[in-house]
Design a protein around this ligand. Structure first.
Ligand code: PMP
Length: 407
């Protein structure tokens, strides 16, 4: 399938904006646009199949239940999980990571160490801090080296202190830098710690095989991989998931309930209390179908070429300061215009129909390591093309001229 045919599947990209130019959407790290097949799957569920799951003794409910469980099977294959019960539906990465930080609490004691990637998103920092507050454990950031990658030597030293949990990002949402999760998890395992990987920025950009990665837990969101908002995954090794205390309790997750006490059901439902986001789970399965059908080595190479085009274009602008723009990064590039505020840059680009993100990107510790109060980030999706990148670069030149113009 050619690239134009992939792009044409995204209705929003074909809408005109007020100024009559098509949207140049370069904020895919925040959320990706949705292909028609995702929208249709959700629409069809509500029109033809809407019922609650696991409760009904009638056909419509059985069909909704079957659709959710078929989605679980699809997600299992997508990340190569060993068993279907290892795939837990959540509302997104944030909830997945909070469920972990809550669920692991009984395994922690005062004084235990929790190592956290310094480039982590707040969703992979704050829940660990809260866990540390409750247990007396200590959160220790894993430093970055001069290239803003995880510092290998520092990591070794910290692992020698035998931490209990190590929380990493797979791909940084700000810089697009990629951690070598397989190698890191080998070492984490050897140190006797539990590895938690935030894959929110990885799943749309590289094939994820949780068994090959060798981590204990992996979390991601549907909306960054062309699926709907409000749904995500917590994957964990079965033995690890079985030890988690459920953060949410109530309907769907119990075996028996009486006023003298309740018992919990088996995985995966034990960690899925309440009505799940049924339409979103079905939409997420459609996003997996989309990725499976249309995203391959060629389209990934296309995305990498665009990132290279972005990097080269930005490098050619003396007013631009680029951050950690390594050749093996994925999906995103971070920069500032020297002496100018990132929000001014974003606002002027917006006036030219270009959507990028400016701010701290939910990574304040990384910003303070970089001695910045924020930056601009352009991030790519499968539908972006050379014209998008060229339009962005031209608009940025124009923005620089406007901002640096002598008045
Ligand atoms: N981790 C990373 C690396 C992210 O980029 C994001 C989303 N910006 C999250 C976690 C949180 O994801 P969500 O808001 O979908 O829960």
């Amino acid at each position: 399938m050619n690239h134009a045919a992939i792009r044409s599947q995204f209705p929003l990209l074909n809408c005109l904006q007020e100024e009559d130019y098509p949207l140049c959407y370069l904020d895919n790290a925040a959320t990706a646009q949705k292909p028609a097949m995702v929208l249709q799957a959700m629409d069809a569920f509500y029109r033809q199949q809407n019922a609650n799951v696991h409760r009904g003794s009638y056909q419509l409910s059985a069909a909704a239940t079957a659709a959710v469980e078929a989605s679980r099977d699809k997600l299992q294959r997508f990340i190569n999980a060993e068993q279907r019960q290892e795939v837990i539906f959540t509302h997104g990465t944030t909830e997945s990571l909070n469920m972990l930080a809550y669920g692991l609490e009984p395994q922690l004691q005062a004084g235990d160490l929790i190592l956290v990637d310094s480039a982590a998103h707040h969703a992979n920092i704050v829940p660990w801090q809260q866990l540390a507050l409750r247990t007396g454990a200590q959160v220790v950031p894993i430093p970055l080296d001069e290239e803003l990658r995880l510092d290998d030597a520092a990591c070794k030293l910290l692992l020698a202190k035998r931490p209990k949990i190590v929380a990493l990002s797979h791909v940084s949402n700000v810089l697009g830098t990629v951690n070598n999760i397989t190698a890191l998890c080998q070492r984490i395992r050897a140190a006797g710690a539990i590895s938690v990987v935030d894959g929110a920025q990885a799943v749309a950009h590289l094939p994820v095989d949780v068994q090959a990665l060798g981590c204990d837990f992996y979390a991601f969101s549907g909306h960054k991989m062309y699926g709907p908002t409000g749904v995500g995954i917590l994957w964990g090794k079965l033995a690890q998931l079985e030890q988690l205390t459920p953060m949410l309790t109530g309907g769907e997750m119990i075996k028996t309930v009486s006023f003298s006490g309740s018992t919990f059901g088996a995985l995966p439902h034990r960690l899925e209390a309440g009505t799940p986001p049924i339409a979103e789970i079905i939409g997420l399965a459609a996003a997996v179908d989309f990725l499976t059908q249309f995203v391959d080595a060629n389209s990934r190479q296309h995305e990498q070429r665009l990132l290279q085009q972005l990097r080269d274009g930005l490098l050619a602008m003396p007013a631009v300061e680029l951050y950690a723009a390594h050749a093996d990064n994925l999906g995103a590039i971070a920069f500032n215009i020297r002496g100018e505020h990132h929000h001014d840059v974003g606002a002027l680009l917006d006036q030219q129909g270009i959507a990028i993100r400016c701010g701290h990107h939910c990574a304040m510790p990384l910003m303070s390591l970089m001695a910045l109060n924020g930056c601009c980030r352009a991030s790519l999706g499968i539908y972006n093309n050379e014209q998008d990148v060229a339009r962005f670069l031209a608009a940025l030149q124009q923005t620089i001229a406007l901002l640096t113009e002598e008045i």
